[in-house]
Ligand binder design. Sequence first.
Ligand SMILES: Cc1cc2nc3c(=O)[nH]c(=O)nc-3n(C[C@H](O)[C@H](O)[C@H](O)COP(=O)(O)OP(=O)(O)OC[C@H]3O[C@@H](n4cnc5c(N)ncnc54)[C@H](O)[C@@H]3O)c2cc1C
Length: 401
Amino acid sequence: MTNDSKMNISFDNTENAFAYKTDKELKQSKFLFNTMDYPLFVPIGTRLTPFLMKTGLPVHGIIRNTIFKQFVGGETLPETSEVVSLLKQFGVQVILDYGVEGKEGEENFEHAADVFIDVINYAATQSNIPFISVKVTGLARFSLLQTLNEAPRLRSGIHDHELEIDEWDRVRKRMHRICEVAAEKNIGVLIDSEESWIQDPVDRLCMEMMETFNKEKAIVYNTIQLYRHDRLHFLHLSHRIAKEKQFVLGMKLVRGAYMEKERSRASQRGYPSPIQVDKENTDKDFDASVEYCIKNINEISSIIASHNDASNMLGVQLLEKNNLPFNHPNIHFSQLYGMSDNITFNLAKIGCNVSKYLPFGPIRDVIPYLMRRAQENSSMSGQTGRELSLIRKELKRRKSA
Ligand SMILES: Cc1cc2nc3c(=O)[nH]c(=O)nc-3n(C[C@H](O)[C@H](O)[C@H](O)COP(=O)(O)OP(=O)(O)OC[C@H]3O[C@@H](n4cnc5c(N)ncnc54)[C@H](O)[C@@H]3O)c2cc1C
């Protein structure tokens, strides 16, 4: 494809952004973002909701028709497939996320691995689901990851607690099982990044899987959080290892979702914070990573996972400058379902590979994900303001059209 349409991209085009929503749905979104904008709504809601879910009160229906509908595909795969088909009509792809979090125990971990495999098999039947996402904490005990992160390691990279080595082997086997089916079905596996105090074993697992499955193309992707001041260097190192071991590096680029938690843990325990000193530095490293990945596009397959207009625009401009097609298989853009439609649908319009990160699962299981979305969209961050002004603009445009 040529990039003829490149000059026409604007993230302010709300007609493209919301073409997939009826007036009624748009008004429902406006109501939801308006509600989340009340200063007390998010702090009270995030504390009260998990408690109310356990009581017999009829909160299930309320959540389902409001915040769940905005940010989640459905409770089951068949329900989610309606959203998948709708997005397909607008050239938007999907990263399918089985949104279960915080369930521990070997039985639950085995079950989660089976579900991830079911999700891959389902994705392979759809033309617009190139990826699924996986959280290692869905397959491994959090405290095991923490121990592995902290324990002194032998030169092999493995530490010397025998029982834990067995447990870790089972985690590696689960991940191997998932990636093997993914490779067979040609579906990418995006491994999420989590807290810095468990990230080291996650990175090692990603490297191991990439070395095994990324020989021809990227099947497995690690994630780097550029709010960490060491991650640009980590990207360079990962690339060097990939070249030495001759595999394609898969990398999802994010700014990072756990900033407050990271900072407060570091200050409570008295170690230097892993987080950049300010937003400007995070932005600088994020954009430098975008540049680095596009410069090495034949060796690195990357996903710009961001709601930041400037970073997404930078990706488009660099493709254009380097005469690369917008649908180059090694560059992909992604935003969360329910947010930043102005970026997703306008990128799709010019032919970029762009997807919505679409979680699905029973309401009680996706509550932690919904709470994070509510917090992210509270008035503090300014995201709600952005969403609301775009929705208002579109409603006004439709009225006068
Ligand atoms: C498809 C997709 C997948 C994702 N996967 C993951 C994942 O695996 N792991 C994960 O942690 N997150 C993930 N996220 C969330 C992501 O890390 C960000 O929290 C979110 O996208 C907001 O960043 P932004 O680039 O969209 O936009 P922006 O609004 O430009 O940036 C906000 C972000 O900047 C950083 N920031 C804000 N203030 C400061 C400051 N004072 N100093 C330093 N940094 C600051 C924080 O990371 C904050 O979240 C994902 C997001 C998307 C869209």
